[in-house]
Each structure stands twice: as structure tokens, then as C-alpha cells.
Design a protein around this ligand. Sequence first.
Ligand code: HEC
Length: 87
Amino acid sequence: MTEGRRRTLCGFGLLAALLAGAWSCGAVMRSPGEQLLVSKCGACHPRPERERFDRAGWEEVLERHRERVPLDEAQRRDVLEWLGSAD
Ligand code: HEC
């Protein structure tokens, strides 16, 4: 087996494991957005209640928090997805 092929197979195995994990633990595992909230926002105050604002409101909160909480684009999207999905 060539080196390249072995790496590809390894990549698939890892992907499959990740997907299986995400599906089978879906009910138990927290979403990326919620995990970020716990780790990033929990440092200063308790995890905010997401019922408090709608999605647009949360965007403003994150905007006000820009200096305090540096989030990259993907993290911002995950956080907003979780916060904005209360109902
Ligand atoms: C470095 C500390 C710090 C971190 C980290 C932090 N906050 Fe805050 N947050 C504050 C402080 C201080 C206030 C109160 C003063 C203010 O509103 O400016 C506050 C207020 C708030 C409020 C209520 C006031 C408002 O802005 O409407 C919400 C909601 C909130 N934070 C959400 C979050 C979320 C969501 C995160 C994570 C993405 C987060 N915070 C991370 C310090 C922090």
C-alpha cells in the first residue's frame, strides 16, 4: 500500500467516526454553539438565557461584546445558531 493511499483511508475512518459520534450522541452532546457559550461566555457570567433575545437581539449583544469575546466567523455563526433557535 502506498503512503498516500494509507492516509486517505485513515482520513475516511476518522470522518466516519466523527459522524457516527455526532449522530449517536446527538441527544447527549451539546451543539458547538452551546459549547462555545459555556467556554467563552461562562468566564464572565452564567450562560445567558437564550429566550431573552431573538436572533437580531443576540447579534447586537455579540456586537457589544466584540472586544470582550473574540469569536471568528464560524464561532459567531455557531453561537448565533444556538442562541437564535429558542422557541
Ligand atoms: C470578558 C467578560 C465577558 C465575556 C467573555 C462575556 N460577557 Fe456578556 N457581559 C459582560 C459584562 C461586563 C456585561 C454587563 C455590562 C454590559 O452589558 O456592557 C455583560 C452583559 C451581557 C448580557 C446582558 C446585557 C446586554 O448586552 O444586553 C448578555 C445577554 C451577555 N452579556 C451575553 C454574553 C454572551 C452571549 C457571551 C459569549 C459570546 C458573553 N456575554 C461573554 C462580560 C462578558
